[in-house]
Design a protein around this ligand. Structure first.
Ligand SMILES: Cc1cc2nc3c(=O)[nH]c(=O)nc-3n(C[C@H](O)[C@H](O)[C@H](O)COP(=O)(O)OP(=O)(O)OC[C@H]3O[C@@H](n4cnc5c(N)ncnc54)[C@H](O)[C@@H]3O)c2cc1C
Length: 291
């Protein structure tokens, strides 16, 4: 099927792009980034905007930079670029771990970091990464820039706090300290399929104890869920097998998924527990390697 007709604009500045989203004569607009989710939606006529604003010509959105302990990744940075970036691997090992699980290379060559966050698929990896790291989502609209904490950005499946006339411009995370390890574990029904559940985990070691643990789980709610109980249970502990298993058990007390056609609530919960254990174990191993 082909998309319904739409007006196509390709501004080369952020100001012009926001303007194109604002002055719409009442029609629906959509931002086009990598097109890996939007184009199928258009072709299946699940989305029928009257105007597409292609932001691929705005070079400033494709930058990765690090300053004052903050890593900033432009919205248009391709997933494959982030995957191969030495800066990202060092400053944000969780993103480097997670992004390679997205689809396959052809998807990641076009798909963008900002597009994945804006699309907010509940099975996607990057929203869980953003929530796990307390990322800041930077957006630009007619009133200028605003910064939305990741914990507030995702409001439901395919739904965020982005207004129709706003563009996600960048995501910012604190650079990882030494002694930090990260892992992303997920279960999919088929290779490169969207995950049934996924777990983002970061462990920072101080000597032989956990100085900080961060865990976020996708697929067990309408948005990624932070597993605060696991984090609190592991902080200050030696990350031995029992402590990690106890942390995973503690996390499950705060997780109550629903059943759907892919899995029952009980199975999803079980999978989440296994993945939390695996992700924390693997993040601990990487943290030891990074001391
Ligand atoms: C076969 C296949 C397998 C895939 N597997 C996975 C997977 O395993 N995990 C996963 O996470 N994803 C997967 N994806 C989706 C992929 O990651 C997409 O790249 C991502 O969801 C959207 O990024 P995009 O840059 O392509 O955005 P687009 O498709 O261009 O846009 C997606 C949505 O976000 C909006 N948008 C995009 N950028 C911005 C912005 N800067 N500001 C405001 N709004 C914006 C668009 O308007 C649109 O509504 C898969 C896709 C395909 C086709």
């Amino acid at each position: 099927m082909k998309p319904a007709a739409f007006e196509y604009l390709s501004p080369t500045s952020l100001t012009a792009a926001v303007e194109a989203l604002t002055n719409t004569d009442g029609g629906a607009t959509k931002v086009l980034a990598g097109g890996q989710s939007l184009m199928p939606q258009l072709n299946f006529r699940l989305a029928h905007p009257t105007r597409i604003v292609d932001i691929n010509g705005i070079a400033a959105l494709s930058e990765i930079s690090e300053a004052d302990g903050l890593l900033t990744i432009g919205a248009l940075v391709r997933q494959r670029t982030a995957e191969r970036s030495d800066v990202v691997r060092r400053a944000c090992p969780l993103l480097a771990e997670a992004v390679r699980l997205i689809g396959y290379p052809a998807i990641r060559n076009r798909g963008t970091i900002g597009g994945s966050l804006a699309h907010a698929d509940p099975g996607a990896e990057l929203p869980a990464v953003a929530v796990c790291l307390d990322a800041e989502i930077v957006v630009e609209g007619p009133a200028g820039e605003r910064v939305i904490p990741a914990a507030e950005f995702f409001t439901g499946p395919f739904s965020t706090r982005l207004a129709d006339d706003e563009i996600l411009t960048a995501v910012r995370v604190r650079s990882a300290a030494s002694g930090t390890g990260a892992a992303y574990e997920e279960l999919s029904r088929k290779h490169v399929g969207f995950a049934m559940a996924g777990v983002a985990a970061v462990v920072r070691l101080d000597g032989d104890t956990v100085a900080e643990a961060r865990v976020a789980v996708s697929g067990v709610g309408t948005t990624p869920v932070r597993a605060n109980r696991a984090e609190a249970a592991l902080a200050g502990q030696a990350p031995v097998e029992k402590a990690i298993a106890d942390a995973a058990a503690a996390a499950l007390e705060g997780i109550s998924p629903t059943s759907d056609l892919h899995a029952s609530a009980a199975y999803r919960r079980h999978v989440a527990g296994v993945l939390i254990r695996r992700a924390l174990t693997s993040a601990t191993t990487h943290a030891r390697e990074n001391r």
